[in-house]
Write a protein that binds this ligand. Structure first.
Ligand code: CAA
Length: 260
């Protein structure tokens, strides 16, 4: 399917979704967010896709946030709809079966930082900058920033970022645990693909259920989260992948997983 504001490419079981509104630094307007939801839904049901990469076109920005020129005329109810739209799409990304890797190629601000935080892990170019600058506009984050950021980096660092609206470098984002890896800009997509390929070589059902255990479990208290893990652990024993994975280990050979 062709999109107006996104590029979608699938190769070697990796889907790459690129935000493509370079004139506004890939800012998120409602049609772009709706397209993201449609694209991710379509990808989620594709058996030929095992990992998704999210990135931005151009060298400057991953996503510079919600589209400020379009927000200018929002009524209160339109703002509510816009927040719920984005939140729904980001929740879907967290719940879709395939791991989603953010390849952060530049500014990840406001809604851009929030999209990044909904990914399962992040690789950033050394030129990337992160922030929740909404207070500069007299508004607050609306795509989960006030909730995911404290869960990821801790309450006080999150408050510093959200209340001052200041940007941080990729290196600082790495230091506070917001990103997994920082690489030179020219190596970004290769570095992200390397991680994707490593994940693709593992048991597909196990990868899928491990993502589910972590993302769903983080919303539960520890007792219920561990109960969820135990159920998913047990369910894994009914799969061909576990028979193959354990047999391959014992026979000292590489597993040939089928994802069944
Ligand atoms: N929305 C719409 N247009 C944007 C934009 C945005 N979020 N960010 C940048 N642009 C546009 C600029 O208006 C400019 O357009 P023109 O060339 O037509 O003037 C173009 O992109 C290039 O931007 P700059 O000239 O500003 O580039 P710069 O290098 O000087 O600065 C920047 C880059 C620091 C990212 C700066 O553009 C900036 O601060 N952007 C806004 C960031 C922001 O506040 N994001 C949060 C939005 S609110 C939100 O996201 C709410 C939510 O939680 C969902």
């Amino acid at each position: 399917m062709a999109y107006e504001n996104l590029l979608v490419d699938v190769s070697e079981r990796i889907a790459t979704v690129t935000f493509n509104r370079p004139k506004s630094l890939n800012a998120l307007n409602p049609p772009t967010v709706r397209e993201l939801g449609t694209a991710m839904e379509e990808i989620s049901s594709r058996e030929d896709v095992g990992v998704v990469l999210l990135t931005g076109s151009g060298e400057k920005a991953f996503i510079a946030g919600a589209d400020i020129s379009e927000m200018k005329a929002f009524t209160t109810m339109q703002a509510l709809d816009f927040a719920l739209l984005g939140q729904g799409v980001l929740s879907f990304i967290e719940r879709m079966p395939q791991p989603v890797i953010g390849a952060i190629n530049g500014f990840a601000l406001g809604g851009g930082c929030e999209v990044a935080m909904a990914c399962d892990l992040l690789v950033a170019s050394d030129t990337a900058r992160f922030g929740q600058p909404e207070v500069n506009l007299g508004i607050i984050p609306g795509y989960g920033g006030t909730q995911r950021l404290p869960r990821l980096v801790g309450r006080n660092l999150a408050k510093e970022l959200v209340l001052t609206g200041e940007m941080i470098s990729a290196q600082r984002a790495y230091e506070i645990g917001l990103v997994n890896k920082v690489v030179p800009a020219a190596e970004l997509m290769n570095a992200a693909r390397e991680i994707a390929k490593k994940i693709l070589s593992r048991g597909p059902v196990a990868v899928r259920t491990a993502k589910m255990a972590m993302n769903r479990g983080l919303d539960l208290d520890l007792g219920n989260a561990c109960a969820l893990e135990a159920s998913l652990f047990a369910a894994g024993f009914s799969t061909a992948d576990r028979q193959e994975g354990i047999a391959a280990f014992l026979e000292k050979r590489k597993p040939a997983f089928t994802g069944r």
